[in-house]
Design a protein around this ligand. Sequence first.
Ligand SMILES: Cc1ncc(COP(=O)(O)O)c(C=O)c1O
Length: 350
Amino acid sequence: MIVRIRADLDRLPGYVPGRTVAGAIKLASNEVSLGPLPSVVEAVARAATEMNRYPDTAATALVDRLATRLDVAPERIAVGCGSVTLCQQLVQATCGEADEVVFAWRSFEAYPLIVQVVGARQTRVPLTEEHGLDLDAMARAITPATRLVFVCNPNNPTGTPLRRDALERFLDTVPRDVLVVLDEAYREFVTDPDVPDGVELARGRDNVAVLRTFSKAYGLAGLRVGYCVAAPEVAAALRKVYVPFSVNSVAQAAAIASLDAEDELLARCRDVVAERERVRSELLSLGFAVPETQANFVWLPLGERTQAFNEHCLENKVVVRAFAGDGARVTIGTREENDAFLSAARSFPG
Ligand SMILES: Cc1ncc(COP(=O)(O)O)c(C=O)c1O
């Protein structure tokens, strides 16, 4: 092979998606278990009849709809092919090779990969003993080279939330020329009123960008659409590094139909939340350590026992997301799916 591929890609581990195993219950990717609503399927079918045409690359109808929904100017919204792509666009828009991105670790698995692909430097800040983001340490990790900080709230994979006072204090200490990205992929599952809405925090702060997605609560993981709310200049920069047409027309139509059906979808989230509390308290009573969670998953910090737990769940036909040596993340599914998982957890030799 004589093609000259970037040498640093040899050191890049590929993104590891949650596994799908035939005949097993998948609780590995923080999706919602229930299928799409009929109204959304109809919108998808209608949009599919025009798929010979390119999509509206500006996603005008979706952006306008989100702007009204969130009460922000449309200039402050940029859409992306899933919020993971927006993470990449944000790093591309802010960082060159001498620049740094700060994020907690462990957090969303894509952050280190994206930073490396863009070619910037990264600083990982360990979580607290309680498996939450250590905002004081993150603030200390910011240097003159820092351009962007990812703050995942609630954090994936631990589920732990940041509360208003702590987050506002952190935002007040971050230099104004450093972009803080509040990644709120799981916002719709948050029930604690002290966990702030990032869009509200971003209103008075030009250096705060908020990421949201249609993949989780809105059930469109397979269609790939997310959005960012930020200062107009940041949103404009995101549009510059956007791969043209990457949010396709079917995804745009499905996102709008999902906003039309929002009440029904958010009611489903409330069911997930009730199940989350049931699963967590059952796990606690079985003797597992489970940090508090405001997301649609629970985190079991099993350390060296993680791999054995993963295999045990697989033997019981439940697929969880294991991070070897660290812990297992388990998505909250339907009551039956959660019961299957709890039954596996119960028989795990402790
Ligand atoms: C914290 C966080 N951010 C972003 C994403 C990306 O979601 P999507 O690209 O499907 O919008 C995920 C997906 O798991 C996530 O957990």
